[in-house]
Design a binder for this molecule. Structure first.
Ligand SMILES: [Zn+2]
Length: 332
């Protein structure tokens, strides 16, 4: 995933939008007193254990043995929790001419329920740590504890809690492949202008959903949800297509005490899996992605060899997971 610099000109319109969102959040403060807090407790140790497990396979770079074994692990972990798993496999041609054996994994809770929501994340690792402060590491793969495994870890812990939570809708957890295969800077000449070197798995799914005629109320994308320096703000594409969902999630986070983590302010632009979900699949989808001021927009370990389990914060995992539980408990 990368920053969407080209859309910076649209910023004034979005700033206006996020101000409105802020007012709505404040205006709802009194009403929120009457919304009960969910008694279901997200266990950050459990989410963290799933992150460690994924990383033990090694960097899950497409076409690697670690990638195949971790995919098997994710499939069996969701099945063990009683979800129905659908795998989507295709050979996709990447920007460098390589054919990637793509594997999207969809785990469905209450598959017969017609009203559905999506929670999703990418699960594979970027092959190049091209933002590492040490340029000699740029061609090494990223372990992707945060930028990959964290979203899956949170989803697996949520899946464990769904029978207790008893949501009013069916839920599809989608693990997208080949999100982070975008062109590294040394091959910039080969970079496709339309950004199609990123988000390959979600682009494929958006054109070919796992169920014909698939519909969902909305989607929530989790990308890098375990960083020690994470702050989640109103990302621009999310606000354009799914402002209501974003404000509702931030309100739910505030209700359960996580307004320090989910901040109601402008949060940049991300070229991420939610773009094809919004623009191709037509499902309003938000991106829960860090917005860190300064040099590293997505956090200090983004696309570096330091994106390891040691740098994951259980406090961040807990804040994200508990906020999602509260949000889902409020779904009618
Ligand atoms: Zn990434």
């Amino acid at each position: 995933m990368k920053t969407y610099f080209s859309l910076i000109l649209l910023l004034p319109a979005l700033l206006l939008g996020s101000c409105k969102g802020q007012q709505k959040t404040d205006g709802d403060a009194a009403a929120s007193d009457t919304i009960p807090l969910s008694q279901v407790k997200f266990n950050a140790d459990s989410a963290f254990a799933h992150i460690v497990k994924q990383c033990e396979f090694g960097p899950r770079v497409p076409n690697s043995e670690a990638h195949r074994r971790c995919g098997d692990y994710i499939v069996s972990a969701f099945r063990r929790l009683g979800l129905q798993v659908t795998e989507q496999k295709a050979d996709l041609k990447a920007w460098d001419g390589k054919t990637l054996a793509m594997r999207n994994i969809v785990a469905s809770y209450l598959p017969e329920q017609t009203e559905r929501v999506i929670i999703c994340a990418h699960w594979e690792s970027r092959p190049w740590a091209d933002a590492d402060p040490d340029s000699s590491k740029h061609r090494q793969p990223v372990m992707a504890a945060n930028d990959g495994a964290s979203g899956v870890g949170v989803m697996l812990e949520l899946a464990r809690l769904l029978p207790q939570l008893n949501p009013a809708v069916g839920i599809d957890f989608i693990c997208f492949d080949a999100e982070d295969y975008g062109t590294p800077y040394w091959d910039a000449a080969l970079e496709p202008e339309d950004g199609s070197d990123w988000c390959m798995g979600s682009r494929y799914w958006s054109r070919n959903p796992h169920v014909a005629g698939y519909r969902a109320r909305y989607g929530i994308l989790l990308d890098m949800v375990g960083g020690e320096d994470a702050r989640f703000c109103f990302e621009g594409i999310s606000m354009r297509y799914a402002r209501d969902v974003m404000v509702r999630l931030w309100d739910a986070a505030s209700r359960c005490g996580h307004s320090d983590l989910f901040q109601s302010r402008e949060g940049g632009w991300a070229q991420d899996d939610h773009v094809p979900m919004n623009e191709v699949a037509g499902i309003p989808t938000i991106d829960v992605i860090p917005f860190v001021e300064g040099e590293h927009t997505f956090g200090a370990t983004w696309h570096t060899v330091s994106d390891t389990p040691e740098r994951i914060s259980k406090t961040t995992l807990k804040g994200v997971g508990q906020s999602l539980i509260q949000f889902l408990s409020e779904e009618q």
